[in-house]
Design a protein around this ligand. Structure first.
Ligand SMILES: CC(C)(COP(=O)(O)OP(=O)(O)OC[C@H]1O[C@@H](n2cnc3c(N)ncnc32)[C@H](O)[C@@H]1OP(=O)(O)O)[C@@H](O)C(=O)NCCC(=O)NCCS
Length: 210
């Protein structure tokens, strides 16, 4: 079936060298609650959805049901990131459809106890590859505040270029701040870490699509 957003197929699971990345399931509630509760102060300054945290357990189940439904409807693709054995939740990585045709926005966060190992770089490179090779997009963007130097360093490692800084344009829990727009165009993809990352992608039936 031909899809507008992912003409070459939707990746429900992606395996990289060290990670298993898959769409969220409502049964992830215990792992997600534990991670968000431990990581609250680490995530809150930089992640808009932390405005609604801490969620109750039932509200977190509802959030996961919504994320899964949105994934299945080809709205936004949000993935849980696990270690290769799927034992430990390490964070989240996502491709959001927020800016129109030909473009997807990359987002990510890591559990506070799993930074500093390159996991977010590996997952973001794999998702960028999905956007270009399955989504056939013209560009992938990522947005972050200037104070988020860890995010900017990740963007540079994966192959993104800081395109501009919009004044007073972010909507983060700490209030309105400037917003950096980092961009990678399809014409720049070859040679980036994203094009070279070791990854395999599988559709909803487990068939390999990359
Ligand atoms: C942004 C965020 C995901 C970056 O986390 P991170 O741990 O710096 O990123 P990575 O997982 O890619 O790890 C990179 C670090 O691991 C080190 N590293 C170790 N092994 C590595 C490997 N195999 N490959 C790459 N880097 C490796 C790198 O040197 C780097 O360390 P440094 O920052 O001291 O130079 C994290 O800070 C976070 O969750 N922040 C809050 C949420 C957020 O800001 N999200 C983004 C909103 S725009």
């Amino acid at each position: 079936m031909s899809r507008v957003k992912m003409p070459e197929g939707v990746a429900y699971r992606i395996d990289t060298e060290r990670l298993l990345i898959r769409c969220w399931e409502p049964t992830d509630v215990v792992a997600l609650r534990d991670s968000l509760d431990r990581s609250d102060s680490h995530l809150r300054p930089f992640i808009p959805f932390m405005k609604n945290e801490p969620r109750t357990y039932p509200d977190t189940v509802e959030l996961l049901r919504t994320l899964r439904a949105s994934f299945d409807r080809d709205e936004h693709y949000r993935y849980a990131v696990f270690d290769a054995r799927e034992e430990t939740l390490l964070g989240e990585v996502m491709l959001l459809d927020r800016h129109g045709t030909g473009e997807l926005e990359l987002g990510y966060w890591l559990d506070v106890d799993h930074t500093g190992h390159g996991y977010a770089t590996e997952a973001s490179a794999a998702l960028t590859r999905i956007a270009f090779e399955l989504g056939k997009v013209d560009r992938v963007e990522l947005h972050c505040v200037p104070a988020n130097t860890a995010s900017g360093a990740l963007a540079t490692r994966v192959g993104y270029t800081l395109e501009t800084t919009l004044r007073n344009r972010s909507n983060y829990p700490d209030g309105v701040q400037d917003l950096q727009i980092w961009t990678l165009f399809a014409s720049e993809y070859d040679g980036t870490l994203a094009s070279k990352v070791q990854s395999r992608a599988f559709d909803c039936c487990g068939e390999r699509i990359i």
